[in-house]
Design a protein around this ligand. Structure first.
Ligand code: IPM
Ligand code: MG
Length: 358
């Protein structure tokens, strides 16, 4: 029997609560399936680790997880540590060296969930956002001089490469091609940013030649926010730069009902390194320890992990169990306007996994 080795990194805040729930659900799923097992190795990296050791993860951290089949990640962020340190010290310290260049963020309105958009209830909003995850605005290029003096100057440079843009465009066109509507929207800002974004557009045009059956269009990022809000049904697969997609995916999650539900996959499509799966929501220190975090974002991320591992039947079973649970308003956590807690939702999903007809 195949045993998948999963590195669990809960991180900070509610990360621990949702990852515990995710591990429990995945174990129940493997037991129900019977054809594979999962072994979880836990890593206590994050803000608390930083306060003890002065770094977010050990120096040989990546070495410790590079041979795992996948990484299940909670969140990184700590009220007493600057955000750029937690981000660069853990999440980006894994994503970038492991070349997880394709960040995939599906958005749908799950059964029982209400969109803040009038007249939008389900089929009108079914998107996958592909976020460039290795360069662009998150390249880390820039600097500061004369810190604290009136003449201080600082830059954050968005760095794009032909290789980086080509591979994410190809990934997005391929993903669009695999979906029924074969529809891709390329988000840009080449009217104002006249170098890298113009190259981005040109590469989209040339990669499109390889996918004649995919219908695609180009959208400026500002206009894209209006289209997502006013004409959600005209969109399917979306590709955008690191920062643009970061912003648009929060909008997408809100339009689909809650940030607590949204999943994400940081993929190394060539499988040279493990890929990483995480809920989009952050560490949410305001609700930490209360046991009310929504675990659905982690469960849906686990579905993406199972798909990546090559367990489509288990992935489908888990997704059906999630949808059965979201359909019941008594099983909604406070972010969805309900009164259920993490425990109750987790038990309900496990119950649905075990139920014969799911
Ligand atoms: C996301 C998050 C992160 C990002 C934060 C936590 C740094 O917002 O995954 O979308 O900006 O990439
Ligand atoms: Mg974000």
């Amino acid at each position: 029997m195949k045993t998948y080795k999963i590195a669990a990194i809960p991180g900070d805040g509610i990360g621990t609560e949702v990852i515990d729930a995710g591990v429990e659900v995945l174990k129940a799923l493997a037991a129900r399936d019977g054809s594979f097992a999962m072994r979880f190795d836990h890593f206590d990296w994050g803000g608390d680790y930083y306060q003890k050791h002065g770094r977010m993860m050990p120096e040989n951290g990546r070495e410790q997880i590079k041979d795992h089949d996948a990484i299940l990640f909670g969140s990184a962020g700590h009220p007493d540590i600057p955000d750029h340190i937690t981000l660069w010290g853990l999440r980006l310290a894994i994503c970038q060296p492991f070349d997880q260049y394709a960040n995939v963020r599906p958005t749908r309105i799950l059964p029982g969930i209400t969109s803040p958009l009038r007249n939008v209830s389900g089929p009108e909003l079914d998107w996958v956002i592909v976020r460039e995850n290795s360069e662009g605005e998150y390249a880390g290029v820039g600097g500061r001089v004369h810190q604290g003096f009136p003449e201080e100057a600082a830059t954050d440079v968005s760095l794009m490469t032909r290789a980086g843009v080509t591979r994410i465009m190809r990934f997005a066109f391929k993903l669009a091609q695999s979906r029924p509507r074969k529809l891709l929207t390329v988000v840009t800002k080449s009217n104002a940013q006249r170098h890298a974004m113009v190259m981005w557009d040109e590469i989209a045009v040339s990669v499109a030649q390889e996918f004649p059956d995919v219908t695609w269009d180009k959208m400026l990022v500002d206009a894209m926010t209006m289209r997502m809000t006013l004409k959600p049904q005209t969109l399917d697969t979306i590709v955008a730069t690191n920062l643009h997609a970061d912003i648009l995916s929060d909008l997408a999650a809100a339009l689909a009902g809650s940030l607590g539900i949204a999943p994400t996959a940081n993929l190394n499509p060539e499988r040279k390194f493990p890929s990483m799966f995480e809920p989009i929501h952050g560490s949410a220190f305001d609700i930490m320890g209360k046991g009310i975090a929504n675990p659905v974002g982690t469960f849906w991320s686990a579905v993406m992990m199972l798909e990546h591992l090559g367990e489509p039947a288990a992935a489908t079973r888990l997704m059906k169990a999630i949808e059965r649970v979201t359909a019941d308003p008594d099983l909604h956590t406070p972010d969805l306007g309900g009164a259920a807690n993490t425990r109750k939702v987790t038990e309900a999903v496990i119950g649905a996994i075990r139920a014969e007809n799911v």
